[in-house]
Write a protein that binds this ligand. Sequence first.
Ligand SMILES: [Zn+2]
Length: 247
Amino acid sequence: MSTSSSPSPKPPAAEPISVLAGLLAPLGSALAVVAHPDDESFGLGAVLRALVDAGIEVRLLCLTAGEASTVGAGSHLVATRREEVLAAAEVLGLRSVRLEALPDGGLSSLPAAQLTGLVEEELRGARLLVGFDRVGVTGHPDHAAATAAALRAADAHALTSLEWGVPEEIATQLRARLGAPFAGFARSAGDPVPVRVDRGVQERAIACHRSQDPNNLVLRTRLALQGDREWVRLVRRGIRRGIRPPR
Ligand SMILES: [Zn+2]
């Protein structure tokens, strides 16, 4: 018997993220570079926690104080968001947080060298850079600017990078359902791989960002569509530029 409706597609086969994190563990330490306080939890939370669980020392560089958020706007927003990101970092097990105060909403207008310089200053021996996919994922230009800076540092210092994002199928659904300008992974940069994650700790970190409505519809719809899946792109880089091998 045939039926006119096709079955819904199965989610792609995915290994637990602990397998990937275990492969990256020999790198020892990682720097996550994000634009806003909450990106480390709403976006990267499950990935960062998996790296920490694998024994990697993870530090966070957040380039803005998130002062432009229309959610929770008020005179205490910057101080509140600082407290929230520090609490979330503790939940995620991050080693340290460096919170810069570059203009929220204005990162893409700043000189590239300024952003790259901040990433390089904060590397402190990190051999893995973690961030949003280079397209910016949610359509916010700050996300793309933060990742571009991280990737320039990764290129210059021959460091491995791990980009988090959503596949085009999910971006398409988010655009259609919410009118939110999500973008799937940049196609030119190599394929992302699906991984299975545990969202328990991530949810606790998300809950720290009370001023940003941890139950907001965009976040909840995305997480419902993703289930226990995340997609990441790993790029390993070669020899450190400008340093000659010993004779
Ligand atoms: Zn953000």
